[in-house]
Design a protein around this ligand. Structure first.
Ligand code: AMP
Length: 414
């Protein structure tokens, strides 16, 4: 099988790593990729938002499967010309990706499907926003309706700050605050059959103890020893399957990865958000535990044959990933610094490095090229072991101004 992966972050590196270990995969390509992905796949400098260019590349390569990683190309509709050309693609159409591309659309789908989520108002002017804020009270939750690369959501006790954020957006969703721990549950679907993966938790804040600004995610772990028994079955029944059924009913079937961000509140499980793709950094740990070869699973989703697939097999142990970010991340990340110790981190085989914002310099050296630079992942019999190995690997890597959290999975490992 010839596989082309679209994207260039740690999620795509994790996907490429798993695909490269699948004996069914004979050729692996990635566009645009990064310095780490270059070690397992052939890179192509193609604009990931350009559906025609991506389709032309897939045709030229004779790709049997295209996997679209990030939300931006999905929401831009890159999967559509691929499908129209008869190429199996893992990732939803532009219409179905609106589940992530528009918070208001997601709320409408959830209402139609009877999926439990925060009560909300969609507001288009300041007065409506002010009324919605007062209807719910503090803490205030204000969400830009469109894609905002993780910067669209403000949760604050400060009414003025909440209103200020609302004023900066064309259309906002203002909703009730959900308390309780958060869980990320991914499911692979072909538009009818839904296959949940193992739940994971990520760490959104930049600093230890969940302090500092929101980021794309600073680390993740799986399994969740504290999660209630039966959580996956409950979410499949009350969230994932009804959402997939509702989108099919609307004539916009969702095929690809449905990501449910959940809050386990005192009043039950609620959807915080949907994403239309694998989450980063949870993908690093979820795929680290998946034993079933990945390509066949993604192809079955693309071809609509998931119902025929054998049950997924999982490593019984645990996985932890820790992100190393550049100085100034998330506000003003500095880039262009050489990264030392990448080989040392993987030398004894206990941890592996997945690149996010990296590029290869003129002399073959690896340079930082983004806010989240890389993540170090390890598996173990339990979270304590996986955590120790991930941090041991990370300690070998250095670059100027590098920052990371020291408490990823710490509480859960106790
Ligand atoms: P989202 O982009 O919707 O995932 O929001 C980013 C983060 O904001 C989430 O991971 C939550 O930590 C927080 N958040 C979003 N919606 C709510 C809510 N209704 N109540 C509390 N926190 C929220």
């Amino acid at each position: 099988m010839k596989v082309l992966v679209i994207g260039g972050g740690a999620r795509e590196h994790a996907l490429c790593r798993s695909l490269s270990q699948d004996p069914a995969v004979t050729e692996l390509h990635c566009a645009p990729g990064n310095a780490g992905i270059a070690r397992v796949a052939t890179l192509h400098p193609v604009d990931q938002l350009d559906g025609a260019a991506v389709t032309a590349l897939a045709q030229e390569l004779g790709a049997d499967l295209v996997v679209v990683g990030p939300e931006a190309p999905l929401v831009a509709g890159v999967a559509d010309p691929l499908r129209a050309a008869g190429i199996p693609v893992f990732g939803p159409s532009a219409a179905a990706a609106q589940l992530e591309g528009s918070k208001a659309f997601a709320k409408d789908v959830m209402a139609g499907a009877g999926v439990p989520t925060a009560r909300s108002y969609v507001c288009t002017d300041e007065q409506e926003a002010a009324e919605a804020l007062d209807a719910f009270g503090a803490p205030y939750v204000v969400k830009d309706d469109g894609l905002a690369a993780g910067k669209g959501v403000v949760v604050t006790e400060d009414r003025a700050a909440a209103l200020e954020h609302a004023k900066g957006c064309d259309r906002v969703v203002i909703e009730e605050y959900l308390d309780g721990p958060e869980v990320s549950l991914f499911a692979i679907t072909d538009g009818t059959t839904v296959l949940p993966l193992v739940p994971a938790q990520d760490f959104k804040r930049a600093l230890d103890g969940d302090q500092g600004p929101n980021t794309g995610g600073m680390g993740a772990y799986t399994p969740l020893p504290w999660a209630p028994e039966g959580l996956v079955e409950e979410v499949l029944e009350t969230v994932l399957q009804p959402t997939v059924d509702e989108l099919r009913r609307r004539g916009t079937p969702f095929s690809g990865l449905l990501y449910a961000g959940l809050a386990l509140t005192s009043r039950g499980t609620r959807v915080v958000e949907f994403n239309a793709r694998f989450g980063d950094p949870e993908t690093q740990v979820v795929l680290a535990r998946l034993r079933t070869p990945l390509a066949g699973v993604l192809l079955a989703a693309a071809n609509g044959t998931l119902a025929e697939l054998e049950a997924l097999r999982w490593d019984e142990g645990a996985a932890v990933t820790v992100v190393m970010a550049s100085e100034g991340y998330p506000a003003n990340p500095r880039t262009g610094d050489p990264i030392e110790g990448l080989d040392e981190a993987e030398a004894d085989g206990t941890a592996f490095v997945l690149h996010a914002g990296t590029r290869t310099g003129a002399d073959g050296e690896v340079l930082t090229a983004g806010g989240r630079v890389l993540s170090v992942t390890a598996t173990g019999q339990d979270l304590a072991e996986a955590r120790a190995k991930a941090y041991a690997g990370l300690s070998k890597i250095s670059f100027k101004g590098a920052q990371h959290r020291t408490d990823i999975a710490a509480k859960a490992a106790q």
